[in-house]
Write a protein that binds this ligand. Structure first.
Ligand SMILES: *Cc1c(COP(=O)(O)O)cnc(C)c1O
Length: 354
């Protein structure tokens, strides 16, 4: 706190990201990064972009990247917005689309950045409790709302809604903006992108950070009706005209073009998630059905915080949220097969001792 701060800053409650410590031999399963890294073609494109042209500003509209994404998703480039990670895309969506007189609705257990943006942009919000099965129940969203945002699959639960359920939600709320945050959609959920054609109020947000192993490059994007995209562009051009550098634009294009690498990576995550889930269940965990690159699990006899600390002592990092309803859960990213072995061995030791 300082007298030099704007009043707004004094009231901010910033998001706390998962830690990025430097520990030898660390098994890092706390931030849902890819265990496989980016496509070699993306890395080559990023290196090739490190040339004399870096003295020039990048394309402020990222036309080539937006064309590549549009072709990939079967939409027009005017329906695509790109930003510096989907966190930035989401921030612009909050400012451009989600502030209305009636409150913004999102699940009580959801991406913890949403309330942070609400505070930053002065957006009133109401959190809607997940049902007893920790799933989103659309009936609970039948209430006065200025807009709705949901992650699908939800985070940190990993539980997904089908595209038919998203279509039903859109059918019930045709007159307010609905944002679907699909950060984890590639790991087994259905994307809502095909619904964009019929629903001018739908914005779908995706990222290259998780399924494309490019968290360090910072590329996210949104797909929606041209008018929604124009709102995002207005905010972006009032904030930073060049959110994506030349290497980021080149690397993102090459990543999209390497379909084989992408498919192999997500298939491996899905297969390892199954094995990891079975191992956790054998150890006595209750594991929510996950369509993401992480699982959300709790143990009847062991507290979440204590288990997280005991894992950390064994150089295994997982994420724990000291929040109501989920304090007993661990959110564990799906790693490589060897990392999952280390995780399960460490948990077996901890549970054996307890
Ligand atoms: C990881 C994540 C994002 C943000 O990812 P970026 O790296 O900023 O693209 C957005 N939403 C959810 C739910 C996430 O878990």
């Amino acid at each position: 706190m300082s007298r030099f701060w704007s009043p707004l800053v004094q009231d901010l409650k910033p998001y706390v990201p998962g830690e990025q410590p430097r520990i030898e031999g660390l098994v890092k399963l706390n931030t849902n990064e890819s265990p496989f890294g980016p496509s070699p073609r993306a890395m080559a494109a990023i290196s090739a972009a490190a040339d004399d042209n870096l003295r020039l500003y990048p394309d402020p509209q990222a036309v080539a990247l937006r064309e590549t994404l549009a072709a990939y998703h079967g939409v027009s480039p005017a329906q695509v917005f790109v930003g510096n990670g989907s966190d930035e895309v989401l921030a612009h969506a909050f400012a451009a689309l989600l502030r209305h007189e009636a409150p913004l609705l999102f699940p009580d257990i959801s991406y913890s950045f949403y309330p942070v943006y609400c505070r930053l942009f002065g957006i009133e919000h109401v959190t809607v409790p997940l049902n007893a099965g920790m799933a989103i129940d659309l009936a609970d969203y039948r209430q006065p709302a200025g807009a709705i945002i949901l992650p699908n699959p939800n985070a940190p639960t990993g539980v997904a809604l089908s595209r038919a359920r998203i279509a039903a939600l859109l059918g019930e709320h045709p007159d307010i903006p609905v944002v679907i945050d699909e950060a984890y959609v590639d790991f087994g959920a259905e994307t809502a992108v095909p619904l964009v054609a019929e629903h001018p109020n739908l914005l779908v947000v995706q990222t290259m950070s998780k399924s494309r192993g490019l968290a360090g490059l910072r590329v996210g994007y949104a797909i929606g009706d041209v008018a929604l995209i124009e709102a995002l562009v207005r905010v972006k051009d009032s904030f930073n005209s060049y959110p994506l550098g030349r290497p980021a634009q080149a690397g993102a294009i090459a990543s999209i073009e390497d379909e084989a690498f992408f498919q192999a990576g997500r298939a491996a995550v899905i297969a390892t998630r199954r094995r990891m889930t079975e191992g956790l269940v054998e150890l006595g965990f209750e594991v929510l059905p996950s369509a993401a690159n992480f699982v959300f699990a709790r143990h009847a006899r062991h507290e979440g915080a204590a288990m997280t600390a005991a894992l950390r002592e064994r150089a295994v990092l997982v994420r724990h949220f000291a929040a109501p309803r989920i304090a007993d859960y661990l959110r564990i990213s799906v790693g490589t097969g060897a990392q999952v072995d280390r995780l399960l061995a460490a948990l077996a030791e901890i549970i054996g001792e307890g």
